[in-house]
Design a protein around this ligand. Structure first.
Ligand code: SAM
Ligand code: SF4
Length: 468
């Protein structure tokens, strides 16, 4: 999951004249959460606006993973405060400002103290209570804060409406699991998202069926530890991710299933077998390893060795030879030596990644690594990150170049930029453009890849007929 601003979206239904704008920072799960917040405010009459300048209510859905997350929030809040004042001077009512997500969870009191003009502060587990918070904020005239980890699950209280969709409603995110009990040394997630919980199978299937009925063809299952999924199966047992994926694949219309983010420790045999047997599971897996050094993996409290990671990858590739991998890497974790870093480079060379996200370690207050001795010098981190990214870029280029001459099933999701073009995604999430009829949008068709552009692939339709 990535952590830049990735989407600004709005409520999407005409209402009673109130307007809402949601600014989303962070990962796909935040995109999902923002859409659900929009859903719960819809019955209150909030309708879409494209810009914060036009909004009666602005929600800033925050991410705590990256460096100086809180400072970025305060800077954005300063901007929103000014916008609110300008709107008021122009004769509009007061702009309600809400801060949601992981920074709100971790730094709620600090936000209250430093930005007292904020009306609502809510954590990732309480957004189903937003209508009540909006009412309380209006009554109280002061800030309402709700960063509980409530006993009830928010999923049981969300309106049964179509969930967030992208790519013209043909692809969608679906959160199935949240939280984490692994407590990696560097990570804030267990503190901000809470303990690991899974949605019951029936709840996931109901949402997936709604999505399919709305035209969705590809679902990405989301969870901080998605393959630790253990949802109630409705008959007193517990389903694994593999079992859930099998049920999802049986829903008419759902042709593709992805899941992210996985932990190497939770890749069990049933999931490996599913990659062999479940053709809806895409052969592209994001499996973060963080480091190739056992010493550092131990310091990170990852609970696996580099060899265990290699072993999981070998078994996955045996089961599904066309499987490609993506990963996350951290350079400069406290105590990382040149030798440890070399072990990471070795692992990358051995495994070969189609794509990856890599970060310099940066301390997160309250996490064990933040106070650890032997913090690595910034210049050393910079040097290591550059070398690592150069290697990963080389591998990604080679992977994309290797597509030329291959025929890939492409799910077409939109018109292309040029007239007569249509665009879609390969199983490896590469953007693919071809000349073809718009009637193929929403379908999967085989494409012979003939060229590689900077951010996409080009090709020709093998035949203008959708794949089964
Ligand atoms: N649950 C996933 C896993 O176990 O790999 C990762 C979740 S985290 C939201 C996404 C990525 O952010 C991590 O895989 C890690 O590479 C990076 N990250 C998290 N905390 C970090 C920190 N303090 N410094 C640098 N990178 C960090
Ligand atoms: Fe964070 Fe580790 Fe949990 Fe992933 S497994 S969310 S990195 S604590």
């Amino acid at each position: 999951m990535t952590s830049d601003i990735i989407r600004q979206e709005s409520a999407n239904k005409a209402g009673t004249g109130k307007t809402l704008h949601v600014i989303t920072w962070g990962c796909q799960m935040n995109v999902y959460d923002s859409a659900r917040m929009t859903d719960v405010l819809r019955p209150l009459g909030y309708r879409p606006v494209e810009a914060a300048e036009e909004a009666d209510m602005v929600i800033l859905n925050t991410c705590h993973i990256r460096e100086r997350a809180a400072e970025k929030v305060f800077s954005e809040l300063g901007r929103l405060r000014k916008l609110g004042e300008e709107r008021r001077a122009a004769g509009h009512g007061r702009t309600v400002i809400a801060v949601a997500g992981c920074v709100a969870q971790a730094e709620g009191e600090e936000i209250l103290a430093r930005a007292p003009f904020v009306d609502i502060i809510l954590g990732p587990q309480t957004y189903h209570r937003l209508p009540e918070m909006v009412a309380r904020a209006a009554r109280a005239g002061g800030a309402v804060i709700d960063t509980d980890f409530p006993a009830e699950t928010k999923f049981d209280f969300l309106p049964a409406e179509a969930a967030p969709q992208t790519d013209g409603n043909l692809t969608a995110f679906l959160t199935i699991q949240e939280g984490c009990d692994k407590f990696c040394s560097f990570c804030v997630v267990p503190y901000t998202r809470g303990a690991e919980t899974s949605r019951p199978v029936a709840s996931v299937l109901a949402e997936a069926r709604r999505m399919a009925a709305g035209g969705v063809r590809e679902i990405t299952l989301l969870g901080q530890n998605v393959n630790a999924y253990h949802g109630e199966d409705g008959s007193g047992g517990v389903a694994t991710l593999a079992g859930l994926a099998a049920e999802l694949a049986a829903i008419p219309g759902i042709g593709r299933i992805r899941y992210t983010t996985s932990h190497p420790r939770d890749v069990d045999q049933s999931l490996i077998d599913a990659h062999r047997d479940n053709r809806a599971l895409m052969p592209f897996l994001h499996l973060p390893v963080q480091s190739g050094s056992d010493r550092i993996l131990k310091a990170m409290n990852r609970g696996h060795t580099a060899e265990a990671y290699r072993d999981v990858v070998r078994r996955l590739r045996d089961a599904r030879p066309d499987l490609a991998l993506s990963s996350d890497f951290i350079v400069g974790h406290p105590g990382e030596t040149d030798e440890d870093f070399e072990a990471t480079m070795r692992l990358i060379r051995e495994i070969g990644f189609a794509q990856a996200f890599s970060f310099k370690y940066s301390p997160r207050p309250g996490t064990p690594a933040a106070g650890a001795p032997l913090q690595v010098d910034e210049a050393v981190k910079d040097r290591r990150l550059q070398a690592l990214q150069a290697l990963l870029r080389e591998q990604q280029d080679a992977f994309n170049a290797d597509m030329i001459g291959r025929t890939l099933p492409v799910l077409f999701t939109a018109r292309g930029r040029k007239p007569g073009q249509i665009a879609g995604r390969s199983p490896y999430l590469q953007a693919v453009h071809v000349d073809g009829p718009e009637t193929l949008i929403g379908q999967t068709a085989p494409v012979l890849i003939t060229q590689r552009n900077s951010n996409s692939l080009g090709g020709v339709l093998k035949r203008e007929r959708a794949c089964a």
